[in-house]
Design a protein around this ligand. Structure first.
Ligand SMILES: NC(=O)c1ccc[n+]([C@@H]2O[C@H](COP(=O)([O-])OP(=O)(O)OC[C@H]3O[C@@H](n4cnc5c(N)ncnc54)[C@H](OP(=O)(O)O)[C@@H]3O)[C@@H](O)[C@H]2O)c1
Length: 291
């Protein structure tokens, strides 16, 4: 069975990938920043400590076939050097992976990574993409990931907490989405198929506006919502102040910049290449309400 190394394994996507590959009998090394105390790993999984940029132990890479890099130090006022941490840490991972003859390295980028990006997150991801070799590595750009984590979960929680939903400029921002199950499958397909390398944009082909997405989530929870529209600058100012005084909010100015300057990526060719028929938001919500 293949041996796979996953960084950021305590996070939303990383923890799903660990379960996905372990359930298929793969040997999984889950790299975690702070090892849990008194928690044994599930069968087939080994926990190892890894902290970007410096705490990376080359011997942990021994005998592995694949590396999936999900760890990402996000920018926040208390982590202004997040870009340097990610760049330096990613370079070290890649260097060790090459030395240890890892067959394929998958980097989790984002659809926020594009030249017009205004968020530091999008700009950092774009910078990180340039560290990879598209003729041998896989650089995956998922849309907003549908699942119980990340920005999608923050939006869902906001809808469940209050019927009054603030929208930026009426919520007309277009989003592309991918379910967590489809993302795990895309990553598996890209690993096992030697011909799949380079950039992969993975999302359902039909983008959806932020307002429509909120309406569908609310409907799924049988909740009523009232929208309050504010101009972008007003939202930005509020979140900037909240972040500066470290108010714990589920959305950050980074999320806002990502939403406002989002770009639509062509996905059909990549879905065809990896052999995936991506779920829509409706299909994802229907599946979740039955499990
Ligand atoms: N969720 C989405 O909608 C989405 C969409 C597109 C792309 N992505 C990308 O997919 C990747 C995973 O996203 P996610 O939603 O799973 O994020 P997440 O839940 O925030 O997980 C991030 C992971 O990175 C780890 N990490 C952060 N800084 C680290 C450091 N210095 N050293 C080692 N580990 C570190 C975290 O560990 P701790 O638990 O110790 O903090 C956590 O395990 C990210 O690269 C993200 O940019 C996500």
């Amino acid at each position: 069975m293949p041996k796979i190394l996953i960084s950021g394994a305590s996070g939303f996507i990383g923890s799903h990938l660990v379960k996905h590959f372990a359930s298929q009998g793969w040997e999984v090394t889950a790299f975690i920043r702070t090892l849990p105390e008194n928690v044994s790993p599930p069968p087939g999984v080994t926990f190892k400590q890894l902290e970007l940029p410096h705490f990376i132990q080359p011997e942990d890479f021994e005998g592995a076939h694949y590396f999936v890099h999900c760890a990402c130090e996000k920018y926040r006022p208390s982590k202004k050097n997040s870009s340097a941490i990610n760049v330096e840490g990613t370079r070290t991972l890649l260097k060790i992976a090459r030395q240890k003859k890892i067959q394929k390295f998958v980097f989790l980028s984002s659809m926020s990574a594009h030249p017009q990006a205004r968020s530091r997150y999008g700009q950092h991801k774009l910078l990180l993409e340039s560290e990879f070799d598209p003729s041998r590595d896989v650089i995956i750009r998922p849309g907003l990931v549908l699942g119980k984590g990340g920005l999608f979960a923050s939006i869902s929680e906001m809808i469940q907490k209050s019927p009054f939903i603030p929208l930026i400029n009426g919520g007309s921002q277009l989003l592309q989405t991918i379910s967590i199950h489809d993302l795990c499958q895309s990553i598996e397909n890209s690993l096992v198929r030697p011909d799949i390398v380079g950039f992969l944009n993975v999302a359902h082909p039909q983008p959806i506006t932020l307002k429509k997405m909120i309406e569908k989530i609310a409907k799924n929870h049988q909740l009523r919502t009232h929208f309050l529209s504010f101009p972008f600058w007003f939202f930005y100012l509020i979140l900037k102040i909240a972040n500066a005084i470290r108010l714990p909010l589920s959305l950050s100015e980074e999320n806002l910049l990502g939403l406002q300057y989002s770009q639509i990526f062509e996905v059909e060719n990549d879905l065809k290449k990896i052999g995936l028929s991506a779920q829509s938001l409706e299909e994802y919500l229907a599946r979740e309400s039955t499990v």
